[in-house]
Design a protein around this ligand. Structure first.
Ligand SMILES: [Zn+2]
Length: 90
């Protein structure tokens, strides 16, 4: 299974936490019900993950979804482009 907590930690005791369940709020927003793994703490809470920007545009765009394009540079792409770019032959 690996890490299923998406880096969530308890805001009170900073222990690791587990996602118990989640529900869809909208196409862009999902709510997570999270529980602290520290038995002595016992905290449980709701968290939210929302789509805030597109990095690569969808090839199947939904007309109801409006997301800004992020301007975050992607180092991996740059590297790939350098590898692909070759001097013209002939
Ligand atoms: Zn805790």
């Amino acid at each position: 299974m690996g890490r299923g907590t998406m880096g969530q930690t308890c805001p009170h005791c900073h222990s690791s936490a587990a996602i118990r369940t989640s529900k869809k709020v909208s196409d862009l927003v999902r709510e997570y019900y999270i529980r602290c793994n520290n038995i002595e703490c016992g905290h449980s809470w709701k968290s939210q993950m929302s789509a805030i920007a597109s990095i690569t545009p969808s090839q199947m765009p939904n007309p109801n979804i409006t997301l800004p394009m992020t301007t975050t540079p992607r180092k991996r792409v740059n590297k790939t482009n350098q590898l692909i770019t070759a001097p013209p032959t002939g």
